[in-house]
Design a protein around this ligand. Sequence first.
Ligand code: SF4
Length: 349
Amino acid sequence: MQPVENFAPRVLAWFDEHGRKNLPWQESKTPYRVWISEIMLQQTQVTTVIPYYQKFMTSFPTVEALADAEQDEVLAHWSGLGYYARARNMHKAAKMLVDEFDSEFPQTVEGVCELPGIGRSTAAAILSISRGVQAAILDGNVKRVLARFHAVPTWPGEKKTENAMWELAEHYMPSERCGDYTQAMMDLGATLCTRSKPQCLLCPLQSDCQARLSQDPTQFPIRKPKKAAKPEKSIQLLVLVNQQGQCLLEKRPSTGIWGGLWSLPELASDESVVLHIEQRFATQVSAVTPLSPFRHTFSHYHLDISPSKIEIADTKQVMEGEKYQWFNQQDAMAQGLPAPVRSILEQLN
Ligand code: SF4
């Protein structure tokens, strides 16, 4: 992502001709007025915000008026805008500004970020628009413009990508007309480089915009990668029960899943239980009762388990030893058992 020359001058020249300049919060750009507009504009369209903003400013024209208001009154002015945490934080921040900052906005991005509900980009917008501070923003609109202009190949939500985009945003921030540039970038994203229908032919960045040159600018910003679905495996677990009501446990190998634990004899999901028992244990099956199947999820796959209770008549052939052992229910439950095996044995009670 190499920065290009002449980025800000092009954006500013476009803004001079096409940018929005008659919005109510542009009349008198105090930090307080810009702050309220920035918070209202988060997740909300300009046209929706305008009447709310005007009414809010009539009721709470200063930070002191907002700090003095009851929270209910502030929320009533917000009613319909949604995301009410924004209003509650704003009210809290107004009290903090009055009580701790002598009603003055801090001078730095870090200082403004200490107020509730204000992040780095919003702080930069407030300071650059109201005071001309050279602080870059990276809100949703700017992210979209930069991700397209540079055809950023990774999802901007990834920390590494986001950091690289902050660097670009700071690099392009001019040292003069900082407020106009901030407003210009917001306008460019909101009116031309829109989410689904970017109007590249009207855009001042079109000549070297990598997304436009790719023919499909809407593929940027890259979407959040979907988590790969976990693979699924299925097995049968067999509860062999002898005439004394004991069940057979099998010691797992020390490596692999459930390593070293006592488990139940396992077979593939498509194998015949009866044949398997006859071959593996050289004994006859008297009855097979399917138990409730269930899914057990490991960090890297899902295991669908179909358990069955198997009654066998002759247990002499089933040799005990290091690998197999008969346990009564109580002793079995006292062993180190994998959680799914424990829950199968509990079903038998
Ligand atoms: S040329 Fe198109 S995709 Fe590129 S920044 Fe402009 S509007 Fe967005």
